[in-house]
Design a protein around this ligand. Structure first.
Ligand SMILES: C[S@@+](CC[C@H](N)C(=O)[O-])C[C@H]1O[C@@H](n2cnc3c(N)ncnc32)[C@H](O)[C@@H]1O
Length: 198
């Protein structure tokens, strides 16, 4: 199962990934999203990693965080880095409809680690976690690719569609897209989507 490769990989490289993490400059997207949130929102972070800089930013803005990640090591780091957050080891592909009830959802650089055939189902489940008008910010792959490659010295798996198909998947899951941009920071291309539950 591909998730085993991902879990094993991030358990090994969690600390190293954290050290180089800031090369992705997310602050403008975080600020854009934060301005749309109600005060003291409860935010679910899918594939939260070590909790920095994303979760720490939202906690500092007065919001609450629940983070899930498949890697035990990442969750251990997140608990240390963001003690105000609630964190649990969980595979996003095993989430159940209605399992969480939150005001907003974020997911940075994580959804493309599960097989792309399951992206549609995942967004339908994420939609069920939100109230009407609830917001999601997700980073997605910018072009079609699936495979395994070396990542910081471990075997890693990615699976994603391109930007147009991602948009369709998210719309079909019951969201209206309100922001869609290709982020080229860190020498990579990622699609950043902000969408609202219709
Ligand atoms: C590139 S890191 C990004 C971490 C964090 N979102 C950030 O922006 O720093 C991807 C994260 O997704 C997590 N992840 C990958 N597949 C997952 C899955 N099936 N369920 C939950 N988390 C997963 C990894 O363990 C890793 O922590």
């Amino acid at each position: 199962m591909k998730q085993k490769i991902v879990k094993k990989g991030y358990n090994k490289i969690a600390e190293e990934y954290s050290v180089q993490r800031d090369e992705f400059k997310n602050i403008s997207f975080l600020e854009k999203f934060e301005k749309l949130l109600s005060k003291s929102s409860l935010i679910l972070d899918i594939g939260c990693g070590a909790g920095v800089p994303i979760d720490r930013y939202f906690v500092e803005q007065g919001h609450s965080i629940v983070g899930i990640d498949i890697s035990e090591k990442q969750i251990e780091l997140a608990k240390k880095n963001v003690p105000q957050g609630k964190y649990e080891v969980k595979d996003m592909s095993e989430l159940k409809a209605g399992e969480y009830q939150v005001d907003a959802i974020i997911s940075f650089y994580a959804i493309f680690h599960i097989p792309r055939e399951s992206h549609q189902e995942l967004f339908v489940k994420l939609n069920s976690f939100l109230p009407s008008g609830g917001l999601i910010l997700a980073t997605m792959g910018s072009s079609e690719w699936e495979g395994e490659e070396d990542f910081h010295g471990v075997d890693m798996y990615w699976s994603h569609f391109g930007a147009e198909k991602n948009k369709k998947i998210i719309e079909r899951a019951g969201f209206e897209i309100i922001f869609d941009e290709i982020d080229t920071s860190g020498g990579e291309k990622h699609q950043i989507i902000i969408a609202k539950k219709v």
